[in-house]
Design a protein around this ligand. Structure first.
Ligand code: FO1
Length: 315
């Protein structure tokens, strides 16, 4: 059976991962998620991108917020507030069960990948969801205020500080997950997709793990990247604001530059078709597709377009 690998951050990546999962034969999809957003909060290990992908693939995510569980209640958070504890990071009552259970598995000596597999099995996720590494990698955002841990920048400060750069603490010493690296060498691997996730803080933590770039380049499977920028806006999150602050034009062309030398096919949104002529990367093919995924049908459609282009059957 042909296999597909998706590299994903949180909300935007999870949408395409779900589309792929729904149209591919069971057992063919592996999603590798960024774990550099992970942190410890109130004594619990929180893995936002892994959980966003896991809840999305399980069909239990909150579609409005993008993160967390649908139909959530917040009694524990309210009670924490009453006790004077920190409330800036919102943990729903049912979501807390995930963090408590995962933290207990890790404290008992389990790995993050092992804990993720058990959580996915319990929630009925059929795709294989892997953390990019079992080793800690943490994004630090260099900004006007100095260096901020990612969740403090993203949630507590609501992305307000001006970004100057990023540092991925622990990345050079971390090993990419062995199952991830083995898949890149698997002759059955027929497609690798970089989901429409933030290139700076969701995808770079994965690409910069030792050996990952080289393994992606060496893999016989074609590597596609879907633009997270459509027009002059990010589909989700702070990617466009980051581009402005880093002195880059807010355009899919900046994403092309970012993935230069790595990606075989860059996927522009149909509304950006005129940009194709401005992309002068001889080694990179450019195609257009409907990349804005508002409905479940949109997610499946984008997945089908990518699979068809890569010569793979879809349901
Ligand atoms: N994002 C927010 O903007 N505010 C929150 O309070 C928040 C809580 C939260 C809890 C669990 C979880 O898994 C994710 C959560 N997120 C929250 C999302 C998350 O921090 C970001 O979306 C990612 O790190 C960026 O990809």
């Amino acid at each position: 059976m042909k296999k597909v690998l998706a590299l994903s951050g949180g909300v935007g990546g999870a949408k395409l991962a779900l589309g792929l999962d729904r149209v591919l034969p069971g057992g063919s999809l592996t999603v590798v998620a960024n774990t550099a957003d992970d942190f410890e909060h109130l004594g619990l290990y929180i893995a936002p991108d892994l959980d966003t992908v896991m809840y999305t693939l399980a069909g239990i995510n909150d579609q409005e917020r993008g993160w967390g569980l649908a139909g959530e209640s917040w009694q524990c958070l309210d009670a924490l507030g009453g006790l004077g504890a920190e409330q800036w990071f919102q943990l729903g009552d049912r979501d807390l069960a995930t963090h408590i259970h995962r933290t207990a598995m890790l404290r008992a000596g389990g790995s993050l990948s092992g804990a993720t597999a058990r959580l996915c099995a319990a929630l009925g996720v059929s795709a294989r969801l892997l953390p990019m590494s079992d080793d800690p990698v943490r994004t630090l955002v260099t900004c006007s205020e100095g260096e901020l841990p990612f969740q403090q920048y993203f949630v507590r400060e609501q992305c307000r500080p001006e970004v100057r750069g990023f540092r991925f603490e622990g990345q050079a010493a971390a090993s990419p997950l062995p199952e991830f690296m083995a898949l890149l060498e698997d002759p059955a691997l027929a497609l690798i997709v970089i989901c429409p996730s933030n290139p700076f803080v969701s995808v770079d933590p994965i690409l910069g793990l030792p050996g990952v770039r080289q393994a992606l380049q060496a893999s016989p499977a074609p590597l596609y990247a879907v633009s997270p920028i459509v027009g002059d806006r990010a589909l989700k999150g702070p990617a466009a604001k980051m581009m402005v602050e880093l002195g880059l034009p807010v355009s899919a062309v900046s994403v092309v530059q970012h993935y230069r030398g790595l990606v075989d096919t860059f996927v522009l949104d149909e509304s950006d078709a005129t940009l194709a002529g401005r992309i002068e990367e001889p080694a990179m093919r450019v195609m257009t597709a409907p990349t804005v995924m508002k409905t479940l049908a949109d997610r499946e459609q984008l997945a089908r377009v990518l699979l068809a282009d890569a010569g793979m059957p879809a349901a």
